[in-house]
Design a protein around this ligand. Structure first.
Ligand code: SF4
Ligand code: SF4
Length: 375
């Protein structure tokens, strides 16, 4: 980026600092340092393509407030194609993809932002020109090249695929209500093309810059012979998506005490009420937002009085909407219960020290039934 030479000592220093900034474990530092050193000599090529997306994931990454991290990653990677940030356009830009796929087969990382619409032969998302189409007279005519075809060409030759953002990872907004485009998450598309190709998902709408940078670093470390990232069942790195928002939320004490905000006009800055009844999806969302926080650690959704919308989850957007309405059901102490009962349970359990066996008896029973059985 700036042409500055980075010494081995710098590498080790930066590796330690990078791991600390991203919240990666200390045991990861030697592997990360090795991977970064290899990056300096090899500059792993990256092809970053976009499907059904708004480019918000790229913008989030570029808003990273850790210049050292951005420098290390962007300076040490060779980003061959990125529609949002590259200067080239038209045929010259497209040829960068074709040349990389041809000359660096098995060596490049394919990053995909946004899912793939498969309906209507993929016509809902195209870039570049597919030159092979013939008209009725056998003459070649230009035809837009669908994302589906790009995936078929680029996935088999990639070393690995990283799906950036909720839409690419799980379908997100393009796969929400009234979906008509045949939207498919990247992992599903890749599985059909090459079931053995490594895929890592980065949830979030948009993803935190650290989630993207950290996942790319974990992936590259793995590809250069290091430890395989610890992924959850949704192929997300547990480094960033290993804990429930609800477990680390600063308003958890309010939840446990049954102190819920029920009207936005009741906001009292001195009393941080739990936002569950205002639609908070923190109890079902795995991400480290309460600890990592956004904008260089300044704040996060709940800290800014906004409920967590669950943007890191596969269920977002369709199954976690409407955003400002409470979850219809939530699993509490092994019970699935409604919001109203949950409020009663939380308040009752804390105030009276009521045991779970008692709550089990109360849930799903009418008041008159509660006294039956002698409880
Ligand atoms: S429901 Fe939301 S606001 Fe309430 S404690 Fe859980 S994460 Fe925090
Ligand atoms: S708090 Fe929830 S909605 Fe906000 S960024 Fe984190 S996962 Fe997404």
């Amino acid at each position: 980026m700036n042409g500055r030479l980075v010494t081995r000592r710098d590498f080790l220093k930066h590796a330690g600092a990078t791991a600390a900034l991203l919240g990666l474990s200390e045991s990861f530092i030697p592997q990360l340092a090795r991977a970064l050193q290899e990056l300096a000599s090899g500059k792993p090529p990256v092809i970053w393509i976009q499907g059904q997306c708004c480019s918000g994931c790229s913008v989030s990454l570029l808003n990273s407030n850790y210049p050292m991290v951005a420098e290390l990653v962007l300076d040490k990677l060779s980003i061959r194609f990125h529609p949002t940030i590259m200067a080239a356009a038209g045929d010259k830009a497209i040829s960068a993809i074709e040349e990389t796929a041809r000359d660096l087969k098995g060596k490049y990382v394919l990053v995909v932002e946004g899912p793939v619409p498969e309906a209507e032969g993929g016509e809902y998302c195209t870039f570049g020109i597919e030159k092979t189409t013939k008209d009725l007279l056998g003459k070649s005519v230009p035809k837009d090249k669908p994302m589906t075809l790009w995936m078929e060409e680029l996935v088999p030759k990639a070393a690995a695929v990283i799906a950036v953002g909720n839409c690419a990872s799980f379908g997100g907004i393009p796969k929400a209500n009234a979906e008509v485009t045949g939207t498919k998450p990247i992992s599903e598309v890749v599985k059909k093309i090459d079931a053995n190709k490594p895929v890592i998902n980065v949830g979030g709408c948009p993803p935190h810059p650290d989630w993207v940078v950290g996942t790319v670093l974990e992936g590259l470390t793995w590809l250069s012979g290091g430890k395989k990232p610890d992924l959850d069942e949704h192929l997300r790195s547990k480094t960033f998506f290993g804990k429930l928002i609800h477990e680390n939320c600063e308003r958890r004490a309010a939840f446990d005490a049954g102190l819920f905000l029920e009207d936005w006009n009741d906001q009292n800055p001195d009393m941080k009420l739990c936002l569950f009844k205002m639609g908070c999806k923190g109890p079902v969302t795995y991400a480290d937002c309460p600890i990592r926080r956004w904008n260089s650690g300044v704040n996060w959704c709940v800290g800014a009085n906004a409920p967590c919308h669950g943007c890191a989850e596969p269920a977002f957007y369709k199954d976690l909407s409407p955003l400002y309405e409470p979850l219809p059901n939530v699993n509490f102490a092994g019970l699935t219960t409604s919001t109203d009962v949950l409020g009663w349970v939380a308040a009752g359990a804390t105030a009276a020290g009521v045991g779970v066996h008692y709550l089990l008896k109360q849930l799903g029973k009418k008041p008159e039934e509660k006294s039956e059985g002698g409880e």
